[in-house]
Design a protein around this ligand. Structure first.
Ligand SMILES: Nc1nc2c(ncn2[C@@H]2O[C@H](COP(=O)(O)OP(=O)(O)OP(=O)(O)O)[C@@H](O)[C@H]2O)c(=O)[nH]1
Length: 312
C-alpha cells in the first residue's frame, strides 16, 4: 500500500458483495478487512444497512455492507427481502458480484445478473471471480470469459473483472485498489477506532449497550453496563443451521431506571434485543438467540468490586 500523494483526494463510501450462497462473499469481506471486525453502533446517517467490515487505508475508507441473499421470490416475504436487496444496491457506490471460479455460472447467477442489470447504470458493477486457488489457469481463463459473457447477456457492463482468492490472499489488495476509485471524494465516514480486535464477548456487550442507550442517552448517560455471561453454540443443531446462544445481563444502577430500559409492556427491551441481535449476527456471521436480562447493580459506578465484575 503506497502513501497517497498530497494531491490525491481522500475517498470514502460503500460497497456490497452479491452472489449466490457459498460464492465466498463473507470470506472475501474478512480478507479485505483483515482479522479485525467493525463495531458500527455509531453509524452515519448515510446507511441503514449492516456494516460487515471497514477497510481503512491512508487514501480511502471502504465500508462493506451486508445484503440478504437475493432469492427467486416465492412468497411475499421473499419479495420484501428482494426489495431490501435492491434498495441496498441502489444506495452503495459500487457492487461486487462474486462468482466462484470452481463452479460453472448457472441459472442462479443469471437471475442475480438480470436483477443487477436493473440497478441504475452509473453504479459500477465489478465481477469478482472468487476461490481462484481451487482451479488451474485454464479453468480460470474459461471462467473469466464465461463471466464476461454473462454480463453481456444480462446487459451489464462490468467495470472490472477481477480474479481473487480470499484464502491465499491473492489479488485481495488489488481488488481494494480497484474498488476505491469508485468511491466519492469524502473524509472518512467512521473513526479509525471503529476497527477493533477486542474479544468477541466484549464487542457483543458493547453492541447491546449501544442499542440499549439509543434514545435514552440523556436519561441514562452512563448508567448502563452490559456483561455477556456466556456465548455457546446451541447443541443438536444441524451443521448448516447453527445457532449461537448469547446470555447477557444489562446492569442499571437504580430500580427506578428499570422502567426506562424495559419500556411499556417490555417493548423497549424487546426492541433493544432485536436491534442488537441483528448487529451481533452481522458481527459474528451466525444466527443468534439473545437472552437478555435487566439487573440492578446498585451504584455500580462507585463500587470498585462491581466495576471489576462489569469489566471496567
Ligand atoms: N479455497 C477457497 N475457499 C473459499 C474461498 N473463499 C471462500 N471459500 C470457501 O467457500 C465457502 C463459502 O464461503 P462464504 O464466504 O461463506 O460464502 P458466502 O458467499 O458468504 O456464503 P453465504 O453466506 O451462504 O451467502 C466456505 O467454505 C469458504 O471457506 C477461497 O478464496 N478459496
Amino acid at each position: 500500500m503506497s502513501a497517497p500523494s498530497p494531491a490525491a483526494p481522500h475517498r470514502a463510501g460503500f460497497a456490497c458483495f452479491v452472489g449466490r450462497p457459498n460464492a465466498g462473499k463473507s470470506t472475501l469481506t474478512n480478507a479485505l478487512v483483515g482479522t479485525k471486525v467493525a463495531i458500527t453502533s455509531n453509524r452515519p446517517q448515510t446507511t441503514r444497512h449492516t456494516v460487515r467490515g471497514i477497510v481503512h487505508r491512508p487514501d480511502a475508507q471502504l465500508v462493506l455492507v451486508d445484503t440478504p441473499g437475493l432469492h427467486k421470490p416465492r412468497t411475499l416475504l421473499g419479495e420484501r427481502l428482494n426489495d431490501v436487496v435492491r434498495t441496498t444496491w441502489a444506495e452503495v457506490d459500487v457492487i461486487g458480484f462474486c462468482l466462484p471460479a470452481d463452479q460453472k455460472t448457472g441459472p442462479g447467477d443469471r437471475f442475480i445478473a438480470t436483477e443487477l442489470a436493473k440497478v441504475k447504470k452509473r453504479t459500477p458493477k465489478v465481477a469478482v471471480v472468487t476461490k481462484t486457488d481451487l482451479v488451474d489457469s485454464k479453468t480460470l481463463a474459461e471462467q473469466l470469459l464465461a463471466v464476461d459473457r454473462l454480463g453481456r447477456e444480462a446487459g451489464i457492463e462490468w467495470a472490472e473483472i477481477v480474479p481473487v482468492s480470499a484464502v491465499s490472499g491473492q489479488q485481495v489488495g488489488l481488488l481494494a485498489d480497484l474498488l476505491v476509485p469508485y468511491l466519492p471524494e469524502s473524509p472518512p465516514l467512521y473513526p479509525d477506532g471503529d476497527l477493533t480486535d477486542e474479544p468477541e464477548q466484549v464487542m457483543v456487550a458493547e453492541l447491546i449497550r449501544e442499542a440499549a442507550l439509543e434514545g435514552v442517552r440523556d436519561e441514562l448517560p452512563h448508567s448502563i453496563a452490559v456483561v455477556v455471561e456466556e456465548m455457546l453454540p446451541r447443541e443438536g443443531r444441524p451443521a448448516d443451521r447453527p445457532l449461537l446462544d448469547v446470555h447477557a445481563n444489562l446492569y442499571i444502577e437504580r430500580p427506578s431506571q428499570k422502567g426506562i430500559i424495559i419500556g411499556p409492556k417490555g417493548r423497549r427491551l424487546k426492541e433493544v434485543g432485536t436491534r442488537s441481535r441483528k448487529h451481533i449476527e452481522a458481527l459474528l456471521g451466525t444466527p443468534v438467540f439473545l437472552d437478555l436480562h435487566v439487573k440492578v447493580a446498585k451504584d455500580w459506578q462507585r463500587d470498585p468490586k462491581q466495576l471489576r465484575k462489569l469489566g471496567f
